[in-house]
Write a protein of this length. Structure first.
Length: 426
């Protein structure tokens, strides 16, 4: 479940002031009172529009003010009313008063409306104040102020499709090509920190909602890399689209990646792992991707998963994928709900003693492994001296150099760090 939340200011227009005026007619130098009423201020009205499914529009515009009523005029003329403004919100929008945090409306039904900020009343002109005892009122009423409110609009959304996969495999890039969503895309891990949602249109008013969640890593099921928070977002999705980078550019293996992510899902919640899943080989524009694709295909065929190949960058295969996802969604009935464990209450305590790496000697070879080191390696640019120095410093700070020393390593011996070979020079 995603909660889209925006804080928005609404103000009704002020009422126009009533006028003080007198009839001026020929031969009647001081005629009776003739000041007209001020117009009413426009109200701001929220209205459910079933064509909208996010609060995204409020990201750009957060202030809404209706026009004020015009002041009353002479000759008994009324000031014009300010126009109401009608703002569309998606069904399911909850409106809270920001100050009190109380729910003031819950808009659900088609075309349901709610006046969030009522316009001020127009003031009466002096003409209205004439009475038997007051023939010439020289005053009029002021218009009242329009209501104003800072409101919090909340929308609980259920994405139909959840994009899962390792960091940097192109999840956000895919979302950005199939929807209007504009997630941050960059060539490093954990670019996405909060989930992004996009509405994918497949023509004829048909659409589905796709969520791009932050990359998962090994240990996600146990909370590593904020895994819990991320996995929770896909719990309610009907279909998982598992993106795999088949280009070998990050030194990982597509088949390994496929299994690792599924293992995380399974360990987090078996039901989640049993959600329908489409596997998508991405980055097909890169040199070694065909090889990666074929390797992965053997595995997915064997295990009965559908596999598609795309390039989120060149957009090859994207259209087809959109339709496949749409069709698949139509064929998925209501799913057995996943019982949500109350994650808020589960305080995840990182195991302080756990180092996140292991240094050992095997068959005379020195091996360094573990998620901490993997993450470190992912951030290293081997062509940069500075980056390499940082890498060495981190190995030292983490105590890896010391452990290697303790194992008896000599200068210039080879160390294998998560598959990469280095010469040991202290
Ligand atoms: N060549 C190529 N590069 C791609 C493709 N798709 C994504 N990329 C690149 O891969 C990098 C990561 O892309 P993102 O979309 O940010 O990846 P992500 O999976 O959302 O990453 P996180 O948010 O960190 O989990 C960017 O530099 C993209 O330009 C593709 O099809 N081909
Ligand atoms: Mg991303």
């Amino acid at each position: 479940m995603f909660v889209d939340k925006v804080k928005v200011f609404f103000k009704g227009g002020n009422g126009g002031h009533g006028a003080v005026a007198w009839r001026r007619e020929k031969f009647e130098p001081s005629g009776g009172p003739a000041g007209g009423d001020g117009g009413h201020g426009g109200s701001v009205i929220l209205k459910v529009d079933e064509g909208i499914n996010t609060l995204a529009d409020f990201r750009y515009k957060k202030h809404f003010k209706a026009k004020s009523g015009e002041n009353g005029k002479s000759k008994g003329k009324y000031g014009k009313n300010g126009e109401n403004i009608i703002i569309s919100v998606p069904p399911g929008t909850i409106i809270k008063d920001e100050e009190t945090n109380r729910v003031i409306a819950d808009l659900v039904d088609k075309d349901e409306t709610f006046v969030i900020a009522k316009g001020g009343r127009g003031g009466r002109g002096n003409k209205k104040f004439t009475s038997s005892t007051r023939q010439a009122p020289s005053f009029a009423e002021g218009g009242s102020k329009g209501e104003e409110i800072w409101a919090v609009l909340e929308l609980k959304m259920i994405a139909d499709v959840g994009l899962i996969g390792f960091p940097n495999v192109g999840k956000s890039t895919l979302l950005s090509t199939v929807s209007q969503a504009k997630p941050k895309i960059a060539n490093y891990h954990f670019t996405t920190i909060n989930p992004n949602l996009g509405v994918v249109r497949v023509g004829n008013g048909k659409s589905f909602v796709m969520a791009d969640i932050p990359g998962l890593i090994e240990g996600a099921h146990a909370g590593v890399g904020l895994g819990h928070q991320f996995l929770r977002h896909v719990e309610r999705t009907k279909l998982l689209v598992h993106i795999i980078d088949v280009s070998f550019e990050e030194g990982r293996d597509p088949v390994d990646d496929f299994h690792k992510i599924n293992k995380e899902l399974n360990e987090y919640n078996e039901k989640l792992a049993n959600r329908p899943q489409i596997v998508v080989a991405n980055k097909m524009d890169l040199p070694r991707s065909q090889e990666g694709f074929e390797k992965l295909k053997k595995e997915t065929d064997k295990l009965g998963f559908e596999l598609f190949s795309i390039s989120a960058v060149t957009k090859k295969g994207i259209d087809k994928l959109k339709y496949v996802i749409y069709d698949k969604l139509q064929n998925i009935g209501d799913l057995e709900p996943i019982i949500e464990t109350d994650l808020e209450k589960v305080v995840y305590e990182p195991k302080k003693k756990e180092k996140g790496f292991e240094v050992r000697k095997e068959n005379g070879k020195y091996l360094v492994e573990g998620p901490v080191v993997e993450r470190l390696l992912d951030s290293v640019n081997f062509d940069s001296f500075e980056s390499m120095s940082y890498f060495q410093k981190r190995l030292r700070d983490l105590g890896i150099i010391k452990e290697l020393r303790d194992l008896g390593i000599d200068e210039e011996e080879t160390v294998n760090v998560c598959g990469y070979e280095f010469e040991f020079i202290d």
